[in-house]
Design a protein around this ligand. Structure first.
Ligand code: AMP
Length: 365
């Protein structure tokens, strides 16, 4: 079964085509600069047409009808979507209702869905939500300690993100351990430019480090992660900053970039620290310490873990980071807890979930 996976941004479409029978990647690509002057795609519909003609030219499919289903990454499913859904008008309406929670991402995801419906009207489409995997968190983990009115009126709560990646890594880890996912406890650490950690009990997310938005939790490439909100008020007062300025500072200018003053790229941080740059070393130490704190908290919340898994650009590739954190963790955790590097593949997970929805199969991978 050939499944097209689409990740739509406001001006780009990333795509991958899989044969889910053998989990093989048949084609992948990126359509950029949608809507820009001189672009080949004036809008998302033209972008979808362009990517279809590319995969036909490359010989990955002979005709449109060979694409059995389309899986879309949708960033925010609010509290409505606890699992992937086959897309119909009602689902589109509910994704629209979640726009206030992800005003930059959900409209772009919707543009992709509506464009595919125009270009491939007979092909089933499935929405796979970044937040859905975390909808199993208990109230005690997802509510913030603010007056309940804000949750009731605006749905202010922790949602968590990177759900598809945490789910994929958990499935892989269960395979590696040779145990059913329903019988194990895992801590999955997605460490890339965005970073999050999830505590998974019997295949279900019970807590995760990102919050109402991806800003909460770990120190990331350019995001601060956890910070005392009163410190933000203080900066706003002293520097006469507006909400948009603070949003930019905390999301785009903080994290590894803000601490080091050099880069958001982990490789540059490690290299500069090696050369003796004090602020790069500080960024590395702060980044690692925050991860250790979260792992410690989730290890306690779960009552131990069968494995702690690292993934994402940093988690999969930085030998130094993995070696350093292994040394620290081994001193503290139970010797039976495995520490593993598990490469993630969010698009393959979307393809598998899409297949499952379309075929009605229950296996998670
Ligand atoms: P991602 O967002 O998952 O693509 O991850 C991006 C992050 O992974 C960046 O901070 C990169 O510097 C980091 N990264 C990628 N390759 C390596 C590597 N070989 N060693 C250390 N960090 C890496």
């Amino acid at each position: 079964m050939k499944i097209l996976v689409i990740n739509c941004g406001s001006s780009s479409i990333k795509y991958k085509l899989y044969d889910t029978k053998i989990s093989s990647l048949l084609a992948k690509g990126l359509i950029e600069r949608i809507g820009e002057k001189n672009s080949k795609a004036k809008n998302h519909t033209e972008g979808i047409k362009l990517l279809i003609s590319r995969i036909i030219e490359e010989g990955a499919v002979d005709k449109l009808e060979e694409i059995s289903a389309i899986g879309h990454r949708v960033v925010h499913g609010g509290e409505v979507f606890t699992q992937p859904h086959i897309i119909d008008d009602a689902v589109i309406g509910k994704i629209k209702e979640c726009v206030p929670l992800a005003p930059l991402h959900n409209p772009a995801n919707l543009a992709g869905i509506l464009s595919c419906a125009k270009v491939l009207p007979d092909t089933p489409q499935v929405a796979v939500f970044d937040t859905a995997f975390h909808q199993t968190m208990p109230e005690a983990a997802y509510l913030y300690a603010i007056p309940g009115y804000f949750y009731k009126k605006y749905k202010i709560r922790k949602y968590g993100f990177h759900g598809t990646s945490h789910q994929f890594v958990a499935c892989q880890a269960a395979d590696i351990l040779g145990k059913p996912l329903e019988k194990i406890k895992l801590i999955t650490c997605h460490l890339g430019n965005g970073c999050s950690i999830t505590a998974i009990d019997k295949g279900k997310s019970i807590d995760t480090s990102m919050g109402f938005t991806p800003l909460e939790g770990l120190i990331m490439g350019t995001r601060s992660g956890d910070i005392d909100v009163a410190a933000v008020f203080h900066i706003m007062k002293k520097e006469k900053k507006h909400i948009a300025d603070m949003d930019e500072i905390l999301n785009k200018k903080s994290g590894l970039l803000g601490i080091s003053g050099l880069s958001n790229d982990f490789r540059s941080i490690v290299e500069a620290a090696k050369r003796g740059n004090r602020f790069a070393k500080l960024a590395y130490d702060m980044f690692s310490y925050r991860i250790e704190k979260y792992i410690g908290a989730y290890y306690f919340a779960l009552g131990g873990a069968d494995a702690i898994c690292f993934t994402g650009g940093i988690g999969e590739n930085s030998k130094k980071f993995i070696s350093d954190i292994k040394k620290k963790l081994k001193r503290i955790i139970d010797s039976k807890t495995k520490i593993m590097v598990v490469p993630t593949d969010e698009e393959l997970m979307i393809a598998r979930l899409t297949y499952k929805m379309v075929k009605g199969k229950q296996k998670c991978h």
